[in-house]
Design a protein around this ligand. Structure first.
Ligand code: S3P
Length: 434
């Protein structure tokens, strides 16, 4: 394990132009869906980070080849919707809930046996949310704690799954996607309703692969398919969840002026832009374009005086992964920020509501209060250096690094967890500080 990481205050502001690494959610889907489609696909800007590599390795274990070429492009040879093979080993999703939950939707419909496990964090996360609906469709899944936790075993299933209408208790793209993928193998139209719209990358990409999908409000419907056909090339846009650290850091640090290039701006992901603008951030969006049905643009960010805000409800799924770094923005903003309807954060890579509260309070004692489903952050307090914990959670590590750079510096234990989604994060921060 790497020794602790020191984050120094960014005395002169952040400056420069950076390209944002590929979107994690879209990278997972690009290799997974290409593997079960017909054709050979070249995936450009695939996120070469631990989470997406877990998906690539699982797909190889299931018989669909994928290989990085010298130029960094990931080349996938699809085996078709019914061409996956029984894996000879236990599938390991590592830290990645997306790998596991999406792939379970596919595996539940296969005529072979498979077993899934993951790292210590994933072993603690709730799996009943996919096991229950997939079982209703006829998938035979068993696992620890009555099937609520990993490891999970999927028994062979012959023939079609049963189509259903599912009302999901949570707005979760992983749950929605698992059911839609299972729906490809069902005996009729499968529909999923969610209480608020979660990211729709699955719907967009499966549609581009020829699946018959439609959406009405927060209900997505999919028809069973004989086959999927992949495009020859997929270009993954930059991840707004990775850009988020720079949106907040440059807004907070005096003298900053940076350009973030190729940021994905799918409307189901842009809640952070709405909230930062409400807080008074200076964000200029330019060079707007589209690639493979996904919007992208460049964003210029300059330092600004931020004010506290309140947010909750339907915006939460649109910024679910950005709440830790938005809490950092709130810590340095003037006035209070109230975040509600975010109980889902308690079942992420760690309990992010408690972790953010405990760690930001090390910098500014008493500044953050955790509530059942959110946080109250009293902004504008003095911050001092501290030794902070990352909980081995990539988004905790990067959010705390932003707090250290914007404040009085800090140290992070287990800093290498950024490799899950943004391996070059610390080098990029150093570069922007020059
Ligand atoms: C993801 C969906 C979200 C998000 C996660 C990635 C996806 O999780 O937090 O980082 O790619 O579908 P939930 O579906 O659990 O909300």
């Amino acid at each position: 394990m790497t020794k602790e990481k020191k984050i120094r205050p960014a005395a002169k502001g952040l400056t420069g132009a950076i390209r944002i690494p590929g979107d994690k959610s879209i990278s997972h889907r690009s290799v997974m869906f290409s593997s079960i489609a017909k054709g050979t696909v070249r995936i450009k800007n695939f996120l070469k980070a631990a989470d997406c590599l877990s998906t690539a390795v699982c797909m190889r274990s299931l018989g669909a080849e994928n290989m990085f070429q010298e130029d960094g492009v990931l080349c996938v040879k699809g085996v078709g919707l019914r061409g996956l093979k029984e894996p000879a080993c236990i599938l390991d999703a590592g830290n990645s809930g997306t790998t596991l939950r999406l792939l379970m939707g596919i595996l539940g419909a296969q005529p072979f046996f498979s077993v899934f496990t993951g790292d210590a964090s994933l072993l603690r996360r709730p799996m009943g949310r996919i096991v229950e609906p997939l079982s209703r469709m006829g998938a035979r899944i068993c696992g620890r704690a009555g099937g609520r936790n990993l490891p999970l075993a999927v028994l062979p299933h012959e023939g079609h799954l049963a189509a259903m209408h599912y009302e999901s208790p949570v707005a979760s793209a992983q749950v929605k996607s698992a059911i839609l993928l299972a729906g490809l193998y069902a005996d009729g139209e499968t529909t999923v309703w969610e209480p608020a719209l979660s990211r729709d990358h699955t719907e967009k990409m499966l549609g581009a692969f020829g699946a018959k999908l439609r959406r009405s409000g927060t209900t997505a419907a999919i028809e069973p398919a004989e086959e999927l056909y992949a495009p020859e090339e997929i270009v993954v846009p930059g991840d707004i969840s990775s850009a988020a650290y720079w949106l907040v850091a440059a807004s907070l640090i005096e003298g900053s002026d940076i350009l973030l290039q190729d940021v994905g701006l799918n409307a189901t992901r842009t809640g952070i832009i709405d909230v930062l603008r409400d807080m008074g951030a200076r964000l200029e969006i330019g060079n707007e374009r589209e690639s493979g049905g996904e919007a992208l643009a460049d964003i210029r960010v300059r330092a600004a005086h931020l004010r506290g805000v309140s947010f909750g409800g339907a915006i939460i799924p649109r910024l679910i992964d950005e709440i830790p770094v938005l809490a950092v923005a709130a810590l340095f903003a003037e006035g209070d920020t109230v975040i509600s309807d975010a109980a889902e954060l308690r079942v992420k890579e760690t309990d992010r509501l408690q972790a953010v509260t405990d760690e930001l309070n090390r910098l500014a004692p008493g500044a953050v209060e955790a509530t059942e489903d959110g946080m109250i952050i009293h902004g504008g307090r003095d911050v001092s250096p501290a030794a902070c914990h990352t909980y081995d959670d990539h988004r905790m590590a990067m959010s705390l690094a932003v707090a250290g750079a914007a404040g009085a510096g800090l140290t992070l234990d287990a800093p290498e967890c950024v490799d899950i989604s943004y391996p070059s994060f610390y080098n990029t921060l150093e570069g922007l500080m020059q």
